[in-house]
Design a protein around this ligand. Structure first.
Ligand SMILES: [Zn+2]
Ligand SMILES: [Zn+2]
Length: 137
């Protein structure tokens, strides 16, 4: 079954023929900017089965992990959609808020908990990693 989503204004649409490999909540400092104070929830898809249409802005930066990252936003409404590490071009992390149905993915792990503010709500049932876990396969 196809997985679909897009930004708030509808200018960007994405789809994947394959399900996500994993979904994680991330509390790294960069994600707190993107998540407006909260962490972000990202589902990791394989780029080989992934398609995007629409105009986006790309912001490149070096992550806490040392990876050079590209984050893409809708150029019209500013919704954060994707993050990609140059070291792993076969994977794309998709913000779960952009799913047409966010219930289709749920986090399996919380990462970068060492950077979370003291008031962060972190799911006690899920495994936690203080910093960056090993890359997804
Ligand atoms: Zn938009
Ligand atoms: Zn993060």
């Amino acid at each position: 079954m196809t997985w679909t989503g897009g930004c708030l204004c509808g200018a960007v649409r994405w789809e994947s023929e394959a399900p996500p490999i994993t979904t994680r909540t991330c509390w790294c400092r960069d994600c707190q900017y993107l998540g407006a104070g909260s962490g972000t929830v990202g589902a990791c898809f394989r780029t080989a089965a992934f398609k995007v249409v629409g105009g986006m802005t790309d912001f490149a930066s070096i992550a806490d992990s040392g990876n050079r990252m590209h984050r893409r936003f809708c150029s019209t409404c500013g919704t954060p959609l994707f993050s990609e590490a140059e070291a792993r071009p076969h994977l794309i992390f998709v913000r779960v808020g952009t799913f047409d149905d966010p219930n289709r993915a749920s986090p399996a792990m919380t990462i970068w908990t060492s950077s979370a503010p003291r008031w962060a709500c972190i799911d006690a049932e899920l495994p936690r990693v203080e910093q960056q876990p090993p890359p997804a396969a």
